[in-house]
Each structure stands twice: as C-alpha cells, then as structure tokens.
Design a protein around this ligand. Structure first.
Ligand SMILES: [Fe+2]
Length: 314
C-alpha cells in the first residue's frame, strides 16, 4: 500500500497562546499565516504539520473525547494513483467525502482522517555515529549536545480505543498497515509501510473501562542526544514531563514524553527498529519490563541535570 506517513495533525485547543508557545519550545517551525491558512501552523524539518484551532471552531469535526485533543489527522500517500486506489477502498466508509484533492473518512474510533499526496520533503542531516565495540564510527569527534530539538517528522500517534479489533481491522484491511508487534488482549503496534520504522500507530484498549482518546504524538529526532536536549529545553520552559528519558524494549526507541496543552503528550524519540517483510510480529504480555527497559519518572531538571524530584515536579 502507499500510505507513507503522518502528514498533518489538527488540534482543537482551549488555550491557543499556550499551545503556540509549546510548539515553538518543542522545536517546531512556525509558518507565516499567509503560507497556508490564518491558523497557527507549525512544521517539522520534513514539512509535517501541526495546526491549532480553537476547540469550538466550526471548521473542526466532532471530538472523540472531551477537552483539548486531536480532531483530525492527515496521512500522506506516495502518488495520485495511490490516492485513486484509496478512493475506491474507502468509498463506503463512514463520513467518506472528497475535500478538494484530499479524501476524508472516519476511523472506527471516531477520529476524522484525511488522505492526500504527501507534500513532505526529504531530510538529509549529518548524524554522528556511535562507537561500539568493534564498530568505531566516530573518530576525533565528540558526540553532540543539543540546546533544543528540531523534530524531523511525525513518526507515530497513539490512541486509546474502545474496540481494538475493529480499529485494527480498519487500519490493516482498508489502509494496508502491517502488524509489527502486539500486547495480547490489549494493544497493537502497526506500521504504514512494509519496510519502515517500528510503528506509525499504536492502538491501546484499556483493560477496564475502555475509552477513546489521544495518548501521544511522537516526533523523530536525530539521536539520543537530541532526545535529551529537547527534553531539557522543555523543562527549562516549565513544561512537565511524566516519563522519560527512557528506552522501550519494544521498538528499541529512546524516548522522552512531554505533557502538551493540546491534550495528550508529545514525544521525542530516536533509534527505533527498522522492519521489513522478514519481520515476525511478536505476541507479548504487557508489563513494566516490556514497556520500559529503563525510564526516569518526571524527567530531568535542566539546571541540576538530575531527576526532577516529586515535590519539585512542575
Ligand atoms: Fe511513542
């Protein structure tokens, strides 16, 4: 299938100025209003966008949970031919319509999705290697320290779902996503392309009182040092983190989550597994050890460079 990744996330928020500051602090670039719309709009290095709306805006579709949250997300496809194929596949889905050059429908979890030909740019960056035993990649060169992150793209999104089976079936059967790994009876990691990063979407059904909602949106950065530099910069700006830095054994990624005034959390991550057609999905039980190899609760303080103590948590 031809969906290549996340193109745009549109949030309905309560405190626009706080959300605008959050996006700039997070390292996204603000677009000038005339470039696209009059709404506050931000982009990653690849051109993946975050758009902020007032949550009462008539331009937004209904929300799938109360409070500020994600209201619409766009996936990019690789060609007009692929978009045509998707038009046929989605024609009978709830909420299906054509909006200009894009398609729109509802997923079974109540999220409004759009599909269009990707406008994102290829990003080429210098990334210094890691020296490991028998594999020296960095010679006469210290590893970097970052003052702030500059997210490359939007790598994945995580939703709480009410009906995991139905939502998984939609993404796999209608959109061609692949199962990467699974938490038995609870959650599934799906990737948009056969060959690609570990997951583009993670669907989580809470074991008690399942509900719909946004858990987090994740942004790819260059290396672990940029995860740390990004998180420290957010701490400096008084944004709170609930877990991280840390490392997930599933996907292998280093991560740091920051609570977002848009609802849910924003995540910096790097070093996730790259999977191919040869990957065999794993069936695992969810546990602390399968969720984190290690993690710091509450984050690091930018001044002391030590764990934020509970009573100091911002
Ligand atoms: Fe994540």
């Amino acid at each position: 299938m031809s969906i290549i990744g996340i193109e745009k996330m549109e949030f309905g928020v309560e405190d626009l100025p706080a959300c605008e500051k959050f996006m700039s602090d997070f390292g996204l670039t603000r677009l000038t209003p005339s470039e696209i719309t009059n709404l506050p709009e931000f982009e990653t290095l690849s051109g993946a966008r975050v758009v902020l709306h007032n949550k009462e805006s008539a331009e937004l579709p209904p929300a799938f949970e109360a409070g500020p949250t994600l209201r619409r997300m766009s996936w990019g496809v690789d060609s007009p031919v692929a978009l045509d194929a998707l038009r046929n596949t989605l024609a009978n889905e709830p909420g299906f319509k054509q909006i200009g050059e894009e398609l729109e429908c509802l997923d079974p979890n109540g999220m409004t999705l759009r599909f269009g030909v990707s406008q994102q740019r290829e990003v080429k960056l210098e990334v210094l290697g890691i020296n490991q035993w028998g594999d020296i990649r960095r010679v006469d060169m210290p590893s970097p320290v970052y003052e702030q992150a500059a997210p490359i793209n939007i790598g994945h999104v995580v939703f709480f779902v009410e009906n995991l089976k139905a939502v998984e079936a939609f993404y796999c059967e209608k959109l061609g996503f692949q199962v990467s790994d699974r938490y038995i009876d609870r959650a599934v990691f799906l990737r948009a392309q056969v060959r690609g990063g570990h997951h583009s979407i993670f669907l989580l059904q809470l074991p008690v009182n399942p509900r719909r909602g946004l858990n987090h949106v994740a942004f790819t950065v260059r290396d672990i040092h940029e995860v740390i530099g990004g998180g420290l910069a957010m701490n400096k700006q008084q944004w709170s983190t609930f877990i991280g830095p840390g490392r997930h054994p599933i996907s292998s990624a280093y991560f740091w989550y920051v609570n977002s005034p848009t609802g849910g959390a924003f995540e910096y991550y790097t070093n996730d597994d790259f999977l191919t057609e040869n990957w065999q999905p794993r069936e695992l039980y969810h546990s602390l050890t399968s969720f984190t190899e290690w993690a710091i609760e509450g984050g690091l303080d930018h001044e002391t460079r030590r764990q934020v103590k509970k009573q100091e948590a911002k």
